[in-house]
Design a protein around this ligand. Structure first.
Ligand code: LLP
Length: 465
């Protein structure tokens, strides 16, 4: 098919549907540095995207599409920035749920991160990578006895306990193994944060944690202290939400947590040495998102905790945080090939790519917004209001709901979606028996497959007929 324009599709801002996308950007080729990884740039000669020194056309030829690409230097730089910003008196736990593989666990270890895992599978990846067990935190509201046993046997540095049942199970396992397991209590501080809004009186009707307000957290602390021979209570943990741009929610949570620490000191005569504020710091998926630099966030969070502890007459606890998205999201992009282009007169043009909701469920699940660019070349054609969709048998199979692409976008072109490094591969599925894309780490002109593409044999290997 020729690179024809699609005259029937709307192209101009004056045909924008109501409640639809923002006006077309002035330059459809531009790569905003807040949204795209540090190693993403247009080749001045060809206009194609180079990714950490390699032309994406070459990557597509060598590894196929769709493919997840990670700018390894950018990933490591972000990890280091977190470690440095929080300093020696805090620990940065990378939230493995955002994306974990053996290579990633090794990068995390090398860059001085701790690692938060929340299932036996994530724990297995960390252990396979030789991640130091003492730097692992184990989360989850329903860890099985087998998972807990594996964690205890491996010497996991902290288990974040989430139910009274778990406290009893863990105490028994620690006794069996003759160890004293370090634990934190996951509390619900009654704060819920999302992007710029937070609710200081969030309802507590959720599966995670022990309620501070309702007294369950105090009860959990008492029970753990009674198991002092086998459980060592090191602190409290709270996680208030995700894609947060503002520290106001953390401020309220820190206030309630320090109140709880003061009450524990009063009731039990123990001053807990650690406080974990969880993850949730936001990233730029589009140019409209403007996250604060990590140095700023770290300074504010440390200040908030110090101020609250001073006011409560408590020694400053060692702080930990658990960023996932903020480290893994921005360095990752997804590379797709366009398969079909279907203009819907008066509406928009549907551009179908060779992946979809199986490699990025976030648009369908959360109405997530993404930035997409034509990347095998530049184009000066006019903007075409588009929807980038996948190949699945479902109309909700949308990758980018509202996109402006050049009107000459055609089958065979490559598209890249930015900021897909977190919660895309880790939430990928085999819906419609579509095979999961590989993950390619690119660094200084060298590409390495860190998770290979799934094959039909992988798929059929599970099917016993
Ligand atoms: N710590 C705890 C206890 C968490 O539950 C989470 C995320 C994190 C840390 C990391 O949060 P982050 O810094 O990555 O926002 N699937 C959703 C996100 C679910 C997050 C669940 N917990 C998404 O795709 O947006």
């Amino acid at each position: 098919m020729s690179r024809s324009a699609h005259p029937a599709g709307p192209r101009h801002a004056d045909v924008l549907p109501e409640g639809g996308p923002a006006a077309a950007p002035a330059d459809l080729n531009r790569l905003d540095g807040r949204v795209w990884p540090g190693g993403a740039a247009r080749d001045p000669d060809t206009g194609a995207l180079t990714f950490a020194g390699i032309d994406v056309r070459e990557l597509a030829r060598e590894f196929g599409t769709p493919a997840y690409l990670i700018d390894e230097d950018d990933w490591r730089r972000r990890a280091r920035a977190w470690v440095e910003a929080f300093g020696a008196d805090a620990d940065v736990f990378y939230a493995g749920k955002s994306f974990l593989s053996v290579a990633i666990a090794k990068w995390a270890a090398e860059e001085g991160l701790h690692l938060d895992v929340c299932s036996g599978g994530e724990l297995a990846v960390a252990l396979r990578a030789g991640f130091p067990a003492a730097r692992l935190g184990f989360h989850g509201n329903n860890k099985s006895v087998a998972e807990l046993e594996r964690a205890v046997a491996a010497g996991v540095g902290r288990v974040i306990v989430d139910s009274h049942d778990e406290i009893e199970r863990l105490a028994a396992l620690a006794a069996e193994h003759g160890v004293r397991q370090r634990v934190m209590v996951r509390v619900t501080a009654g704060v819920e944060a999302h992007t710029h809004e937070f609710i200081a009186t969030a309802h507590e009707d959720q599966k995670f944690g022990f309620s501070l307000a309702g007294g369950a957290a105090a009860e959990a602390v008492s029970r753990i202290l009674k198991h002092g021979e086998h459980l060592e209570l090191i602190g409290l943990h709270s996680h208030i939400g995700s894609q947060i741009f503002d520290t106001a929610g953390f401020e309220v949570a820190a206030h309630r947590l320090t109140e709880a620490l003061a009450a524990i000191k009063r009731d039990h005569g123990v001053e807990l040495p650690e406080l974990d504020l969880g993850g949730g710091l936001g990233i730029a998926y589009t140019e409209a998102d403007d996250p604060a630099p990590v140095v700023e966030t770290a300074r504010r969070l440390k200040e908030i905790v110090a101020r609250e502890c001073d006011a409560a007459g408590l020694a400053h606890p060692r702080l930990s945080v658990e960023p996932g998205r903020a480290i893994a999201g921005p360095p990752g992009i997804t590379l797709y090939e366009v398969g079909t282009v279907k203009p819907l007169p008066g509406l928009r043009t549907y551009v179908s790519v060779d992946g979809g909701m199986s490699d990025n469920i976030r648009t369908a699940l959360y109405d997530a917004e993404y930035t997409v660019r034509l990347v095998n070349r530049e184009s000066t054609d006019e903007p075409m209001l588009s929807r980038v969709v996948g190949k699945h048998c479902e109309s909700g199979d949308i990758v980018v709901r509202d996109a402006w692409l050049p009107a000459d976008t055609a089958p065979g072109d490559l598209l890249a979606v930015a900021a897909t490094g977190a919660y895309c591969r880790s939430m990928a599925s085999n819906y419609n028996h579509v095979l999961k894309p590989p993950v390619i780490a690119v660094r200084a002109g060298e590409a390495r497959v860190i998770v290979r593409r799934e094959t039909e044999d992988d798929l059929l290997g599970l099917d016993l007929g």
